[in-house]
Design a protein around this ligand. Structure first.
Ligand SMILES: NC(=O)c1ccc[n+]([C@@H]2O[C@H](COP(=O)([O-])OP(=O)(O)OC[C@H]3O[C@@H](n4cnc5c(N)ncnc54)[C@H](OP(=O)(O)O)[C@@H]3O)[C@@H](O)[C@H]2O)c1
Length: 306
């Protein structure tokens, strides 16, 4: 359980950082709201392949992209959920949606998704979103769990991006969204492997975007903060009490996906949804960085101990 001092520190740090940029945040939010949210319309019509589409942020992406008219390939382990979602979205939006069950920690399953991508001639958007968290310090977490995290967050994302790019470059259009985290910006106890995989995705995305400049292909590293999904309910997080996190810091999966798609209209690579989180990330690199990083470390240390 996070103690009240840690909670106060986190809430206080978020409030100070949020206040500093609140005016900019409100203006930005109003501008964003006044725009058409189907940011995906910045891309040509076609198909989107989303990993981790059986829940949370991935499912929110699937719903918004289906509503914008994109055909979908939905990837995750739980085939029943993917099939139900594919049936619902194809009926509701007159699109084609396909379920592709795969465990992205497994080499053969990743190779199967790679072959699927290589067979598509209209892949417009690849969203590498599948992921999970662990509780405990690096020395406490089973090595296989940490290696699986590297396989799902990194090896699968790199393999799918490499498979998607030749077609996108040849067509002169497309985008890859790598779902990272604000954890990429903070070296927090209990997040050695998680934060490091997300930092990799940020550097990978920024460099890839630079390499692809002028090709018509965009790359985004989406860095959400606390998002109300199944993330904090499955695996090592079972029994975790969401009420331990101050309510104001949670975002919805819908908000996160909408900000990500809207950002595809521009050229930003690192996209942090939510004015509060943008302020925290900006402040962490300012003189306020010390207290914010200490608060994040203190809160995380308590949670990781469960
Ligand atoms: N929620 C947050 O607070 C938060 C904050 C920052 C970043 N993120 C990132 O956002 C992404 C999505 O997470 P979420 O919050 O939407 O969590 P979620 O609701 O738990 O969804 C995770 C998705 O990943 C899939 N997945 C997990 N392991 C997989 C594997 N081995 N093979 C294939 N698919 C796998 C799950 O599907 P199956 O179980 O059916 O395989 C599920 O569809 C993750 O990369 C996470 O790191 C989340």
């Amino acid at each position: 359980m996070a103690d009240s001092k840690s909670k106060r520190l986190l809430t206080g740090a978020a409030a100070v950082a949020g206040g500093a940029l609140s005016a900019a945040g409100v203006i930005g939010w109003r501008r964003w709201r006044s725009r058409d949210h189907a940011g995906a319309a910045a891309l040509p019509p076609g198909q989107a392949l989303i990993t981790g589409a059986s829940a949370g942020i991935g499912e929110a992406f699937a719903r918004q992209l289906a509503a914008a008219g994109y055909d979908l390939t939905l990837v995750a382990r739980r085939a029943d959920r993917l099939e139900a979602l594919a049936a619902e979205l194809s009926a509701a939006h007159a699109i084609r949606a396909e379920a592709l069950a795969a465990d992205l920690s497994g080499e053969e399953d990743v190779a199967r998704v790679v072959r699927h991508i290589e067979g598509l001639d209209d892949l417009t958007l690849l969203i590498n979103n599948a992921g999970f968290g662990t509780r405990g310090t690096f020395a406490e977490v089973e090595l296989e769990r940490s290696l699986d995290m590297i396989r799902v967050h990194l090896i699968a994302s790199v393999a799918l991006a490499r498979a998607a790019l030749p077609g996108m470059i040849a067509r002169g259009a497309g985008a890859i969204i790598n779902v990272s985290s604000v954890a990429a910006f903070f070296a927090s106890v209990g997040g050695a492997n998680y934060g490091a995989t997300k930092a990799y995705l940020n550097v990978f995305s920024e460099t890839l975007a630079a390499e692809l400049r002028g090709t018509g292909v965009k790359v985004q590293a989406l860095c959400p903060g606390f998002t109300a999904t199944e993330f904090h309910e499955v695996g090592d997080y079972q029994g975790f009490d969401r009420a331990e996190i101050p309510g104001a810091v949670w975002m919805s999966a819908d908000e996160v996906a909408a900000e990500s798609l809207a950002a595809l209209r521009g050229d930003r690579v690192i996209v942090v949804p939510g004015a509060k989180y943008r302020a925290m990330v900006a402040a962490s690199r300012s003189p306020l960085g010390g207290p914010i990083r200490r608060a994040a470390r203190a809160v995380r240390r308590r949670w990781r101990k469960g």
